[in-house]
Ligand binder design. Structure first.
Ligand code: SF4
Ligand code: SF4
Ligand code: SF4
Length: 272
């Protein structure tokens, strides 16, 4: 971990994403100004027009989905002492990885028909698949308390590992009613916490946006819904969600698709 001797220079960069994580960070308003008073922001396209190739800390949002993204993130990595993947797109590929289910040629044809020959696209991957990442801030969008925590850890030279317990732990700590009792299918049992179980606190099911816990048993939630001696709560969940086992399992891949397309099927020509 880096101990900065003077005010570190910070830059924000975006790759394939909706830029919602950066927008969320901006919503911190006064708190953000407090944090930024300890650094010098030298590039942040969403808020300023200045640019710089000299920075100490790079916050990188979005997935790597083009050949030119690979070169760009490698160049950022060479310049930054500390690199942070900001949000689910950058940390686990998020929805961008859904395209990895098909060969890239087919993906381009689906969107552009026969006029997409010039499109530069490769299977989406998280930043850490391409360059070493020092810190990850997960979530879609990022949890702002966690952003603040990680920011302080960086400035004080401490490491930070995203929590690896399931979201259910935070539900219990918050005394939140389990949404299975309301007949919903929830991915909390296999999803990393750290968001303070915000969705379930508001009565929604967890969709898995912070990524799976290590050794997640993604088969189990489908299994408990399809066994013969159904628990009454699960019988109600099954009645309200008349989904096939395949459809239940598909819910787990919305944020966490691990398809690995044939690399040879990548678009070979690009416009980078
Ligand atoms: S993680 Fe979600 S909010 Fe953040 S950039 Fe990606 S899609 Fe947008
Ligand atoms: S609502 Fe979801 S995350 Fe919370 S306890 Fe129930 S299954 Fe776990
Ligand atoms: S409850 Fe689940 S979907 Fe909601 S923010 Fe937390 S990890 Fe993401």
């Amino acid at each position: 971990m880096i101990h900065f001797k003077k005010k570190p220079r910070v830059a924000f960069f975006d790759f394939a994403c909706c830029e919602g994580c950066q927008l969320s960070v901006l919503e911190m308003e006064e708190k953000l100004l407090d944090l930024l008073s300890h650094v010098e922001v030298v590039e942040w396209r969403e808020v300023m027009s200045e640019k710089s190739d000299e920075y100490d800390i790079a916050f990188c949002e979005g997935s790597i989905t083009r050949k030119r993204d690979v070169e760009r993130i490698q160049s950022i990595r060479e310049r930054a002492e500390t690199l942070v993947s900001l949000g689910a797109c950058a940390s686990i590929s998020c929805h961008n990885a859904l395209k990895n289910r098909w060969p890239m040629k087919e993906v381009v044809e689906m969107v552009y028909g026969d006029s997409g020959g010039h499109i530069d696209t490769i299977p989406a991957r998280p930043v850490s698949d391409v360059v070493p990442v020092d810190y990850q801030i997960r979530g879609c969008p990022v949890s702002l308390p966690e952003f603040e925590t990680v920011f302080k850890h960086i400035l004080t030279g401490q490491s930070y590992d995203p929590p690896n317990q399931p979201v259910c732990v935070e539900c219990k700590l918050n005394d939140t009613l389990c949404v299975y009792e309301k007949g919903m299918v929830c991915l909390g049992p296999v999803t990393r916490c750290g968001c303070n179980a915000v969705c379930t606190a508001y009565g929604d099911a967890c969709q898995g946006c912070r990524g799976l816990i290590d050794e997640a048993n993604t088969e189990a939630p489908a299994r408990v819904l399809f066994r013969e001696d159904l628990h009454p709560i699960m019988a109600e969940v099954a009645r309200k969600n008349p989904l096939t086992r395949k459809e239940i399992l598909a819910k787990f891949t919305v944020y966490n698709d691990t398809s690995e397309p044939d690399e040879e099927e990548e678009s070979s020509d690009d416009n980078a």
